[in-house]
Design a protein around this ligand. Sequence first.
Ligand SMILES: [Cu+2]
Length: 273
Amino acid sequence: MARRERGSATGPLLLALLLTLLVLATVYAFAAHLYPAPPPITSDAVLVDRQYNLTLYVTGAVFILAQLGLAYAVLRFRDRGQRARFTRGNIAMEILWSSATVFTFVGLAILGRNAWAEVRFTPPASDAIQVEVTTNQFVYTFRYPGADGKFGMLDSTLVNAPAGNPLGLDPNDPAGKDDIVVPTLTVPVNRPVELLLRSQDVVHNFFVRELRLQQDAVPGMVIPVHFTANQIGKYEIVCTQLCGLGHSRMYSILNVVSQFDYESFLKRQAAGQ
Ligand SMILES: [Cu+2]
């Protein structure tokens, strides 16, 4: 059989170059912090950042090696006119890289468990401020229990946002008389806060980048999450579940204020109820 023509080296060379450029551009984007996350405002968020960076370094190293290896293989094993060889694979290599992958990801998961447990498995401090968060298309509504520390009963048949009762507060329950219902979330700095997430219609989400906290709100469930913000400021709350046509408009504000400002907020709201 006649030897085949040697293929052009231009294609493989360009592809290898493109892959190398892709790797360089990606490494640059991360190393130069082109899209930095806003500074964390809880100690849990710091743990999340640490875990994120560790995962990024490990997967980043794998990404660089894999892509450069691909560029090398494209170039090294290009068409030189040789006959293609069939290979059944290499069992030893497959066992090696499959177990390396398993160890890497299980290892990262075990290390990440600390940060996760801190937020999800540890109950909030007993003096945590409770705020109920109700989501619906496409707004957040926050409820504080008021001076009595008790949330009033809700009745879904009484839900009527235009009439000023978006949550369906039962007017016959005395515990609900002093409940404060507001469209934005105000919490004092350095105090544990427990949120109770609810949804009136579809799956929504509560996400604040600075808290590194993201939790779905699911109809029929009350999902608790907690945090302690250590930085006074205004932060954006966004819904990260595609919850309908108005999804992109669904956001609110988290105000972290001093204890004094928090108390005057509560007083102002109580006076206005
Ligand atoms: Cu939503």
